[in-house]
Write a protein that binds this ligand. Structure first.
Ligand code: NDP
Ligand code: VSD
Length: 475
């Protein structure tokens, strides 16, 4: 019954979808249009520039590095569709309003002062890291490289389009990290969220001038920028990202163009993007009211499960020494890098007591077993009875038990003395779990788990503490 209901529901959804798609036509074709792409020398921007060139658009790209721009322009030339197609590149650093406006002016100037038909804001970089390692400067830089690098061009473009009564398009590039965020993206995700805020405002406000606004939310893109960001990315972040399959730039660019052509305000590149988009829609227009409903249904259950898994792996990534020092600080100065001699001897002692208990157990069991196995067969009279009793007494003799008690004690005491005398030269026992911190990229950069204030100059390593008395050691 339920299955039938679901099938009927799905079938009618698909039918209606088909019906809807008949009415939605591709209203925007790039051919003959002038497209301005920021960040067009690499990754998504370059892939989009190639795609648009292939589709017969005039393409202008901007980025900082001239060498990369030259190479990118060569790529565009290779897919040129007609000799009249204008392909240009400009070198500007556009994370500030001044140069961003200048870049736009230069781009317009090459087209008789006419505004680009579509402006694709793809520039942006991410430098992941732990929040506690960020500074005000690095956070501001992150905001610049995620938000301002696009907002500054949007500002110049909106002013110009409004002034010229030019009904162009402005397309932002956020990220799924503009919908949600995870450990490691404190300098990046806020800027990507801010882009959404700006795009939502502009979608509404620029209706005044008939300027179209879109915003793109891709997941992982295997771009040069991705290779770069992975150099500072905490391992835990990389691990969480494994659940995102990732896409090649050309496919991401196709998804972006398709979204613009369909007139979607929020554009997603894949299922993941669709789920996050639909689950955090707010008052954003639907792309497809049926499919978006299904995506939010996925998200309703899937995202909660996913987030629980993510939280668990983050907790599993905690720094044991840091947590210990925080929760139970060492009373007298720095925590030891290795177990103190007293602790090592106590461990040996515990081992020795355990061994003793084990041996006692073995003896008790074996004597009991011998006793039980002999008892029923014990003759009532005669020399055999005497012999057997002698054997039993021998086996269960207190001497044996005393021996069993004393031998491990003796071994333990010899070990005690040995470690007491040569302990300071013995190999250090690492605190369990600590070695995993050595190079797991928990805290890269200046903040380390063994930060300088933990080790005062002149501190003696604990293994070289003044020797304790045997009594102290045993306590
Ligand atoms: N890669 C990924 O996994 C994801 C990326 N994104 C977003 O997609 C966009 C493209 O990413 P991706 O393809 O990886 O980027 P890349 O790092 O490969 O390329 C970035 C481009 O932006 C240009 N650029 C960077 N800063 C400036 C600046 N201040 N002024 C002018 N140009 C600049 C770069 O050129 P130059 O350095 O020469 O200036 C380059 O052309 C970015 O906005 C990114 O945040 C979103 C989701 C996932
Ligand atoms: C049913 C629900 C399943 C949910 C699975 C979710 C998996 C999400 C993983 C996080 C992806 C992060 C991409 C970062 C992209 C980006 O912007 C950076 N590369 C910076 O450039």
């Amino acid at each position: 019954m339920l299955v039938a209901f679901v099938l009927i529901f799905l079938a009618s959804a698909v039918f209606l979808l088909g019906l809807l798609s008949m009415f939605s036509s591709n209203t925007w074709a790039p051919k003959g249009k002038h497209c301005y792409i920021t960040g067009g020398s690499s990754g998504l921007g370059l892939a989009l520039a190639i795609l648009l060139t292939r589709n017969g658009a005039d393409v202008s790209i901007v980025a900082r590095d001239e060498e990369k721009l030259r190479k990118a322009l060569d790529e565009l030339e290779k897919v040129r569709q007609s000799p009249g197609q204008k392909l240009n590149s400009y070198s500007y650093s556009i994370n500030e309003a001044g140069p961003a406006a200048e870049a736009l002016e230069a781009v317009c100037a090459a087209h008789d002062g006419r505004c680009p038909d579509a402006i694709f804001l793809c520039a942006g970089t991410s430098t992941p890291g732990f929040f506690v390692e960020e500074s005000e400067a690095s956070l501001r830089k992150g905001m610049e490289m995620a938000y301002w690098v696009q907002a500054s061009t949007a500002l110049a473009a909106a002013k110009r389009m409004a002034r010229d009564r030019f009904a162009g398009k402005i397309v932002f590039t956020s990220s799924v990290l503009g919908y949600m965020s995870i450990v490691g993206y404190a300098s990046y995700s806020p800027g990507k969220h801010a882009l959404r805020g700006l795009a939502e405002t502009l979608r509404s406000e620029l209706l005044l001038y008939n300027i179209g606004v879109h915003i793109f939310f891709p997941g992982t893109i295997y771009s040069p920028g991705y290779v770069e960001e992975n150099k500072t990315k905490p391992k835990i972040t990389l691990k969480i990202e494994e659940s995102d399959e990732g896409m090649q730039p050309d496919l991401v660019a196709e998804a972006l163009l398709r979204g613009v052509q369909k007139g979607n305000f929020h554009i997603s590149a894949d299922l993941l993007g669709n789920i996050f988009r639909s689950s955090t829609r707010g008052a954003t227009p639907h792309n497809n009211v049926f499919m978006d409903g299904i995506y939010s249904l996925f998200g309703w259950i899937g995202l909660a499960l996913w987030r629980r898994g993510v939280d668990t792996s983050i907790v599993g990534h905690r720094d044991p020494q840091g947590t210990h020092n925080y929760q139970a600080p060492w009373p007298n100065g720095p925590p030891p890098d290795e177990l103190p001699l007293a602790t090592r001897l106590t461990i040996i002692q515990l081992g020795h007591v355990c061994a003793l208990l084990g041996l006692l157990n073995v003896w008790l069991l074996s004597t009991a077993r011998v006793h039980l196995s002999f008892q029923p067969a014990l003759p009532r009279k005669g020399p055999l009875r005497l012999v057997l009793i002698l054997i039993l007494v021998k086996l269960t003799s207190s001497a044996k038990i005393v021996g069993a008690l004393l031998t491990p004690l003796l071994i333990g005491d010899v070990a005690h003395l040995y470690f007491y005398v040569v302990g300071s030269r013995g190999p250090a026992l690492e605190l369990s779990g600590l070695e995993s911190n050595a190079n797991n990229n928990h805290f890269s950069g200046s903040y380390t788990t063994r930060s300088p204030h933990h080790v005062a100059p002149g501190d003696r390593p604990l293994c070289r503490q003044p020797r304790q008395s045997v009594a102290q050691v045993i306590i």
